[in-house]
Write a protein that binds this ligand. Structure first.
Ligand SMILES: [Zn+2]
Length: 836
């Protein structure tokens, strides 16, 4: 029996309210159930659960297209795969592919869960496409395969809806929750699209992007409520030059056509070409994978509570004013009431406009994809390949880098025989990534040095800020050796699906002690596991010669036993580490204990705090989360180390009252969530230091250490205006004192990720890392480099009995900066270790 359309429930009937009604939200279980019902009753809709989210919610994707297409889905997907990788495809076949293929459109909603309208709208969009029989809808269904993700962050959807319902009718109605809408990364879930660290990113990329290679990815967001009503591309400059020119023009073409349709429908305040650039791949996977990634940003309401905006309250931003009529803002919105339903209406129109474009210009989109793929296979210019010598300082992290690229669709090869490139000999086992391959541009942007363009006409002007950061060179921030080779070379290469390291070895049975490197990040995982199993672990305070091997300072040493030997054997297999048995305990060692760590978590936490927990968990460190109240409570001497992640000082001390003054707009929370640690908390932290504790502050939080804890250093760039000093997310060079336990396992020269951080003069204590005399910038953009010369990047400061470790950069940066993970790990071990 065919499925009858009359049985298809509208969202309104299912939910009992119209989508977008004031103060009404569908929660995630309701949405999943609705989509399931819709799919069961429609021959145009398929729903699949692709996996589980971080907190165990179902992650779903719908496929919506004509019944005919739905029956031939796999065949159509194969056509798409050929278009995206047309190796050996003849001109005649090309014509067939373009004639038979469909435009693949991926619409993703509400990755930022408080920007909730899109997820609600997705129910109406699906229902509309499942039920309407207008020529326009039929054309869309015939020509387009829509992949619809109602939420890229279902966990956050639940967090936001729960909080909203709890606060309905209270003075706090309409505020976002005073905590992050993702267990680990909050708003940064939209900065994870090249490192793929989070479950949701991996599901979306692995199960959708990589399976379908959409021509169009449309990602729906919301922005502040006092500007334009909806932003659509074109983006502003800069656009990463690795984004194919065809895509750059398609972005403008699609965005402008959407703007045109909305304005034709009478919708005011639809603006383009402002605020958002297209420099970083962290937000735009598809730009390097044969398709456009557009976003829209709708003016927000208070979650689902309407707002009223007076004309006098309307504000502009970089390069635009919402009230002024300009080519990019032809029909300004001038204020008034604005509701969740208004956003749903705008977004529904925008989604349909996008689909209409995709349907009407189906052949154009497919031809574009084909041309982009052909250019990728036969690049006009660019490097020939990137080469990774097999001997790496931290081979495990090198494997992480290569496997990350493989997950991103990059073909990685291994040389089966030695070869020569640009006069340099490389052994068999060298990894090679040729640039000429379908997603070679993704590899290139991730592996090369970024030269961020200074867009000012005049160097005395204030810098034009990037939307995100300016650098993402993985070999630098992961400390992996990679060479860009421009000249063609010959090598016998084998394509590999995964880089796996050969198992390590335990050298020597039943030895009283074993040493293992601390230069690999994964060694810290081994160390933590061994301590958890009851092993006694030490670090070498002096270097040690064993046979022909020299183990540097900081090398781990573990006491052997039958039980531990079994663990070492297991670890040598699972983590590829080598353990070397020795007969005697070296003289100069210090014992390490499992660090007892407290991580400060402000109300309305920021992503760096979550990334810290994420990385600590991955490497086996334990911790307790401390709210402002917990810090005020005192009793902190149960910890070895307190970690203050990258928070503004004001937020740490004064909480949201300060945050509101700083423009975070969070003044209206219940008193419990408004506070920082306050004077009382500062006193408790000082007491903790007085009793010998260690305080570790990251980036902005270092100003808290200096100003509130009186750590003996000054931030020399604090008063500098951006025109004099400006580094908005770049990779810099720093020189480390590797004899200091905080820098064990690092090289003397390391790449650090610097994002608007402090720069120190140390008054009393040690400079563990300093900036060099010249060439501080490794990748990205820098203004005011001379202010760094000879200054301190990482300081160890005595605080009575205790210690403050000030890290003036981002040692973990979004779980990307593997080169400096050890700085934070070492700091914890330094705090808990029994150092002579
Ligand atoms: Zn957003």
């Amino acid at each position: 029996m065919g499925k009858t359309r009359s049985k298809q429930l509208s969202p309104e009937k299912f939910l009992g309210f119209k989508i977008g009604s004031d103060r009404k939200l569908a929660d995630w279980p309701q949405m999943v159930e609705y989509f399931k019902k819709l799919a069961d009753s429609s021959d145009r809709v398929q729903m699949d659960v692709l996996g589980e989210t971080t907190e165990g919610n179902p992650f779903i994707r719908l496929i919506i297209t004509s019944p005919e297409n739905l029956k031939e889905l796999e065949k159509l997907r194969q056509i798409q795969l050929k278009i995206c990788n047309p190796v050996g495809v003849t001109a005649v076949e090309e014509k067939h592919l373009v004639a038979e293929g469909k435009t693949i459109v991926l619409i993703t909603c509400s990755i930022h869960s408080s920007e909730i309208a899109a997820s609600q709208m997705s129910m109406e969009l699906a229902h509309l496409l499942a039920t309407k029989n207008t020529p326009e809808v039929k054309r869309i269904l015939k020509n387009v395969i829509l992949l619809l993700v109602p939420s890229l962050n279902p966990d956050g959807h639940e967090i936001v809806v729960k909080w909203y319902k709890e606060t309905l009718g209270t003075p706090f109605e309409g505020m976002g929750p005073p905590w992050m809408y993702h267990k680990y990364v909050g708003h940064d879930n939209n900065r994870d699209w090249f490192m793929f660290t989070q479950k949701e990113t991996r599901l979306a990329v692995g199960e959708i992007h990589n399976k379908w290679h959409p021509q169009i990815v449309y990602d729906l967001h919301q922005m502040g409520g006092n500007g334009p009503r909806l932003y659509v591309p074109p983006y502003t400059d800069p656009i990463d030059p690795n984004v194919d020119p065809v895509l750059q023009s398609e972005i403008a073409f699609l965005g402008t056509s959407m703007q045109n349709e909305l304005i034709t429908e009478g919708k005011k305040g639809v603006i383009s070409h402002c605020i958002y650039d297209a420099w970083t791949p962290a937000r735009a996977y598809q730009h390097y994978h044969g398709g456009v990634r557009i976003l829209s940003e709708a003016a927000s309401v208070g979650i689902a509570t309407p707002i009223e905006v007076k004309t006098s309250e309307m504000t502009g931003g970089r390069g635009y004013h919402p009230l002024k009529q300009r080519w990019y803002n032809p029909y300004p919105w001038t204020g008034g009431k604005w509701t969740l339903r208004d956003i749903v209406d705008y977004e529904l129109s925008a989604a349909v406009a996008c689909l209409r474009n995709a349907a009407r210009y189906r052949d154009f989109w497919l031809r574009g994809s084909l041309e982009i793929a052909k250019r990728a296979l036969n690049p006009e210019k660019g490097p020939y390949a990137f080469v990774f010598p097999p001997k790496q300082k931290d081979p495990d992290t090198a494997a992480v880098l290569l496997n990350t690229l493989i997950f991103g669709g990059v073909h990685v090869h291994v040389a089966e025989e030695p070869f020569e490139a640009e006069g340099v000999k490389y052994p068999a086992g060298t990894y090679v990534i040729p640039f000429a391959q379908p997603y070679g541009r993704f590899a290139k942007t991730m592996l090369e040095i970024q030269e961020y363009p200074d867009l000012r006409d005049d160097p005395t002007q204030a810098p034009i800020r990037p939307y995100d950061v300016t650098a993402h060179t993985l070999p630098l921030i992961m400390h992996v050796e990679a060479h860009q080779i421009d000249e063609k070379f010959n090598a016998k290469l084998k394509h590999i699906e995964k880089v796996s390291l050969p198992e390590g070895k335990v050298h020597g049975e039943n030895k009283p002690f074993y040493v293992f490197t601390s230069e690999w990040n994964v060694s810290f995982k081994a160390m933590n596991r061994l301590i958890d199993e009851g092993a006694q672990v030490y670090r070498l305070y002096d270097s040690l010669e064993v046979g022909d091997k020299i183990f540097p300072q900081g090398t781990f040493l573990v006491e052997g036993s039958k039980k531990i030997l079994a663990s070492l054997k297991e670890l040598s297999k699972s983590l590829a580490l080598d353990f070397h048995g020795i007969d005697e305990k070296p003289e100069n060692v210090f014992k390490i204990n499992k660090p007892k760590v407290g991580i400060y978590k402000a109300w309305s936490s920021l992503a760096d705090e979550g990334w810290t927990r994420f990385v600590f968990e991955n490497f086996g460190f334990s911790f307790e989360i401390l709210t402002p109240q917990d810090i005020r409570q005192g009793g902190l001497s149960r910890f070895d180390a307190l970690v203050f992640a990258d928070y503004p000082r004001e937020l740490i001390v004064n909480g949201m009252a300060a945050a509101a003054r700083m423009g975070f707009g969070m003044a209206r929370y219940p008193a419990k969530y408004r506070v920082g640690i306050g004077k009382q908390g500062v006193g408790e932290v000082l007491k903790f230091l007085g009793s010998g504790g260690t305080v570790v502050t990251v980036n902005d939080a270092c100003n808290f250490a200096i100003k509130d804890l009186s750590a003996p250093a000054i931030n020399v760039v604090e008063q500098k205006p951006p025109s004099e000093f400006y580094i908005p997310g770049s990779i810099l060079r720093a020189i480390f004192d590797t004899t200091c336990p905080i820098a064990y396992g690092l090289d003397r020269e390391e790449a650090i990720f610097f994002e608007g951080g402090p720069v120190f003069d140390v008054k009393l204590g040690e400079s563990v890392a300093v900036y060099p005399e010249t060439n501080s910038l490794l990748s990205g953009w820098i203004l005011g480099e001379k202010l760094l010369v000879g200054k301190t990047a990482l300081a160890e400061l005595p605080m009575g009995e205790g210690t403050a470790i000030l890290i003036g950069f981002s040692p973990l940066f979004r779980s990307q900066a593997h080169s400096t993970f050890k700085v934070l790990f070492n700091s914890l071990l330094y705090a808990s270790g029994e150092i002579p």
